[in-house]
Design a protein around this ligand. Structure first.
Ligand code: UD1
Length: 361
């Protein structure tokens, strides 16, 4: 069996790591295509080196652009790659513009498409990721669902027959790296200057367009982080830096210490060393949950509803609307409640390879 994986943005590289490792132990051929959606070393190269992912076989180098331009460029560049490779499966990951373009190019060429992390829904049609997920799920031939909730959404949309519950490959990689960090196999994370790694601190990331692109909204969120009693290690995505600069918003206010995005092991170590997490990232909500740190999510909804149970994740659509309760929420200790294993047992990637092989034409 030959499988072409299409990746391009940071969260896809994290998911690719366990998949590439699972293929490595098999006779199957695994071809990696990097679209170049993310091109900064902090968002791309460090994930390949840090997670032991083989170098991409093909690099499309598409870069940034409006959604139409970026998606269109990827689509056009993928056509000849798939035509030449003629794989048994094109495997697309998550919900970015690279995911949608990969699915569309493959389906138009009658090449079977499998979607990893299928069935997630925010039901928020303002999110580019929501369009990408829905369109990709309906185009794909095989829907690899991470959770029972995702299977329920796919079933509701009439896609049950194409669905397989495999678990979440992010558990595979997160737990492996957590154990390596605990064994001291990774250097201490490069936390922003001014964060005491031994003192209590919060880890924060912000990059969703709904949070970064409206000046009033972004200024309000920055103010909310700045006013907390604990120092905030703000690991700034390039989109956040660019929008803050354009809008004349200073990020380094109050307790906020601005730093660069961290490589994966650095992020895991930073979260393990933290008091808690404040984010709008889907991946980080789940990593906080898996690593046992309370998370505050600056969004009105989450796709990862399982993290909400037991108070591990709390949604705060608007910190200002909470008044004094914002600070108590954002700095709350970890709840004493048990966490289940809604995301699987850490062997999802092997199951993905197995299901692909079973269902290859
Ligand atoms: C993308 C995904 C999002 C994912 C996120 C993780 C889409 C629609 N969104 O959002 O689902 O959670 O990646 O990071 O696919 N930029 C750089 N350097 C880079 C990449 C981007 O400076 O390496 C800048 C671009 O110039 C642009 C902004 O960041 O201004 C947005 O990049 P883009 O890839 O379009 O979307 P993300 O916000 O990263």
């Amino acid at each position: 069996m030959k499988v072409v994986s299409v990746v391009g943005a940071r969260p896809q590289l994290v998911k690719l790591a366990p998949i590439a490792a699972a293929f490595a132990g098999t006779p199957h051929q695994h071809v990696i295509v990097h679209t170049g959606q993310h091109y900064d070393a902090d968002l791309s190269d460090v994930f390949f080196s840090g997670l032991g992912i083989p170098d991409p076989d093909v690099h499309l180098g598409v870069g940034s652009g409006t959604h139409g331009v970026q998606t269109g460029r990827i689509l056009a560049a993928l056509d000849p790659v798939f035509a030449a490779e003629q794989p048994d499966w094109v495997l697309v990951y998550g919900d970015t513009n690279s995911t949608l373009a990969g699915a569309v190019s493959a389906v138009k060429q009658h090449i079977p498409v499998a979607h990893l992390e299928a069935g997630l829904r925010s039901f928020n049609r303002r999110m580019p990721e929501e369009h990408n997920r829905v369109l990709t799920d309906h185009a794909a031939d095989l829907l690899l669902a991470p959770t029972e909730e995702a299977v329920r959404h796919l079933t509701t949309e009439g896609l049950a027959e194409r669905t397989a519950l495999v678990g979440d490959v992010m558990v595979d990689v997160c737990l492996r790296i957590r154990d390596a960090v605990r064994r001291g196999e990774h250097p201490a994370p490069a936390l922003p200057e001014g964060i005491d790694p031994n003192g209590p601190y919060l880890v924060s990331t912000l990059h969703r367009p709904d949070n970064t692109d409206d000046p009033e909204r972004l200024a309000g969120l920055v103010q909310a982080l700045a006013g907390l009693d604990l120092p905030v290690a703000l690991l700034a995505h390039p989109r956040l830096l660019a929008r803050a600069e354009e809008q004349g918003i200073k990020l380094a206010q109050g307790g906020i210490r601005v730093g660069r995005p961290l490589p994966y092991a650095g992020l895991v170590a930073a979260v393990l060393g933290s008091h808690g997490v404040i984010t709008d990232s889907g991946g980080l909500q789940k990593e906080a949950y898996l690593l046992g740190r309370p998370c505050t999510t600056l969004r009105p909804e989450t796709e990862w509803v399982e993290t909400i149970e037991g108070g591990w994740n709390v949604l705060v659509p608007d910190p200002a609307a909470l008044g004094a309760q914002w600070a108590t929420t954002a700095t709350r200790p970890a709840p004493g409640t048990e966490r289940g294993t809604p995301y699987g047992d850490g062997h999802a990637a092997e199951r993905v390879v197995q299901v692909l092989a079973e269902r290859a034409a």
